[in-house]
Design a protein around this ligand. Structure first.
Ligand SMILES: *Cc1c(COP(=O)(O)O)cnc(C)c1O
Length: 380
């Protein structure tokens, strides 16, 4: 028997025009930031999703760091972040001296549990950072109601949430600020890359300045000031136009990419649904949330079961991935955590596993993954 061809967890998809547009950018003679392709991408996002202002960044991490600077956090200010998330969601605010207050996930999916939020708010709370895990919307209406009542800023970590919706409204358009990722593991990619969406005019000009090393150069180029200089803190957060050229090719193919990913997600969901009878969890979409086909995950009933499943699949040349060690338990931040037990964050840390999901995953390959998962559970 010939050995099975490995099925990776992710494979970056090139939609076809990436190198053509990169050549075009190079030929234009301007490849630093805010060139032709960057402007096209900004316009696309503003028109397609109604963001008041879109600014490409070199990563979602950078977009979150820009958001943290925009908040003018003072040492001791508190920011509420789910524990079950990527490091950058919290680290961006820690860099500004903030204290992170961790929220637990819900039982139904890893998104933060809004019913626990109000008890976490203190006079020092400045912001809430909902993460739309797997592109599935958090309960934005409830979060915004709290934010309004307590005068808090909402920064959406929409890294996984491109082209996803809450009651028909695009994710990333709710928070005063929202951060997206175009890392090669996301739906729409540019290798590394990200975007800050700004939906509050108070932040618009300052965001441009922070992104341009603390200078008012963007205003100078628009003729709004007659010379530019150092006016604020900032850093170099803008990507080269070569990155934007790559991203533009992806955006042109957005509908096709999304349709394919959603179809893959749906066939995982339909064929693995019987596992729910034996306690395996499948992604749970509340009725207010759309699906953007970012990720397909299962939750096992224990860490031991997940470990066994992963080695069973790896032995069959299938590479599933688990991720996120709850941040309240992390080596770096555990000693700053207030000691609350966050059982659902711990549950997802131990039990969640992500199955291969990428545009070029063929029907035959996906059937191999599904067949192997079902076979693993039949044996048990
Ligand atoms: C991918 C991801 C990030 C980081 O994105 P980068 O572009 O790699 O900086 C942050 N938050 C979440 C939830 C992510 O999935």
């Amino acid at each position: 028997m010939t050995p099975a061809v490995p099925i990776p967890f992710n494979k970056p998809y090139l939609s076809g025009n990436e190198t053509t547009y990169i050549e075009e950018a190079v030929r234009s003679g301007k490849i630093s930031g805010d060139g032709l392709f960057t402007k096209r991408c900004h316009q696309f996002f503003e028109q397609q999703y109604g963001f008041q202002k879109a600014l490409l960044t070199t990563s979602c991490t950078d977009a979150l760091e820009m958001a943290a600077i925009l908040l003018n956090l003072q040492p001791g200010d508190e920011v509420i972040v789910p524990s079950y998330t990527f490091v950058s969601t919290a680290n961006a605010f820690v860099l500004r001296g903030a204290k992170i207050v961790f929220a637990d996930s819900t039982a139904l999916n890893p998104n933060l549990d809004v019913s626990t939020l109000e008890a976490l708010i203190t006079p020092r709370t400045r912001a809430i950072v909902p993460v739309h895990y797997a592109g599935i919307a958090c309960d934005m209406q409830a979060i915004q109601a709290l934010a309004t009542r307590y005068n808090l800023i909402v920064v959406e970590d929409a890294a996984q949430a491109i082209d996803s919706y809450y009651r028909g409204q695009p994710l990333g358009s709710f928070g005063q600020l929202a951060a997206f990722s175009f890392h090669e593991t996301k739906n729409i990619i540019s290798g590394e890359g990200g975007m800050l969406a700004i939906n509050d005019p108070r932040f618009a000009t300052r965001a441009e300045i922070i992104r341009e090393k603390g200078t008012n150069r963007p205003l100078f180029f628009r003729g709004e000031v007659d010379k530019y200089g150092w006016v604020d803190i900032g850093s170099s957060f803008l990507p080269s136009d070569i990155i934007a050229a790559f991203l533009w090719a992806q955006l042109e193919s957005l509908d096709r990419i999304q349709a394919q990913r959603k179809a893959l997600w749906q066939s995982y969901f339909t064929q693995l649904a019987p596992l729910r009878k034996i306690g395996v969890g499948l992604p749970m979409l509340p009725d207010y949330a759309s699906n953007n086909g970012h990720m397909f995950y299962l939750t096992c009933t224990s860490l031991a079961e997940r470990t066994a499943l992963i080695s069973y699949l790896k032995a069959r040349q299938i590479l599933p991935i688990f991720h996120y060690q709850s941040l309240h338990q992390s080596q770096f931040y555990a000693s700053n955590h207030d000691g609350r037990v966050l059982p659902w964050a711990d549950f997802y840390t131990d039990c969640l596993v992500r199955l291969p999901m990428y545009y070029e995953l063929s029907t035959e390959q996906q059937q191999r993954v599904i067949g192997a998962v079902l076979a693993f559970y039949e044996k048990r």
